[in-house]
Design a protein around this ligand. Sequence first.
Ligand SMILES: [Zn+2]
Length: 319
Amino acid sequence: MTKPLANKDKNLTWVYPPNGWVSDFNQTFVYGHTNPKAKLYVEIGSIHELTIRKIKIKIFPNGNFAQVIKLPYKKNAIRMIQVLNGKEKITTRNVIARRLSLSKPTKQSSHRVALIDCHASFHSARSPGRAGNDVLTICIDPGHGGKEHGTHSPKGIPEKKYNLQIAKMLVKALLETCGRKSPQRTKIYLTRNNDKYVSLDDRVKFAKKKKCNLFISIHHNALPDNENPLKHRGIGVYYTHDSVKPLAKKFLESICKEIKLKQYGLFKRNFRVTKQDFYTGVLIECGFLIHPLESEVITADKMQKKIVKGIKRIIEDAI
Ligand SMILES: [Zn+2]
């Protein structure tokens, strides 16, 4: 998925689909944010003939909206119509539908596609704990950054921002713990500490240089084009090596217990940042940023602190 660009108008932020989007299937979803008092419709037609179908879009009390729509043509014109105080505001996107395959699509979000590397590595992963007097070196990795936005909330705020917020809070919390428990034997690093682009290779190289043994990548989840954004919720934890699975499960359970969100699940994936064998790597998806209700919950400061607490609790065991 290419990164969708948000309409900057606060009264109607149309995040997805972006203009010129090529959908793999003949349906897609629209999501964004509008004035909660507005009425919202989409009209879908061919690029040459508009107003074929008009669909009313449900707006949540917080103003966010998300809905799956069918795209009947190869080239579709989608009009978003907001009616507020008797006035209409209309924005238009062109979306191309292309049926590439009849098989069911795999679940992959935008950044997951970017993270997948075809060259599999199946070495056994180390335990995050230290042997003897070894130093425990933890890399906290806020996903995306700079030109790479990741997914977006319905209000058009990029995932990269929330990843960094949580990562920084986690480092701060860990430094407090280490300061008390084991200041000499624990090192904690961030792979980025501001809004800059860092490639996946550079993240891994950085971890190698620092002799990292525990790598935690922080992300927020999205869905592919044809998935219903309202159906998926919760925390997901991803790992590559089977030896890391028990730790990944602990993170999942600990975060969900803290934040009282549903478990989206535990997934074995060959992500670049989790497949390395010189550290124990997990990727944590801190909920679905595109979900109209969940996005509000997981981006609140209070909830972010709970997510951090859930992660920290498990790391403390290794310190
Ligand atoms: Zn991401």
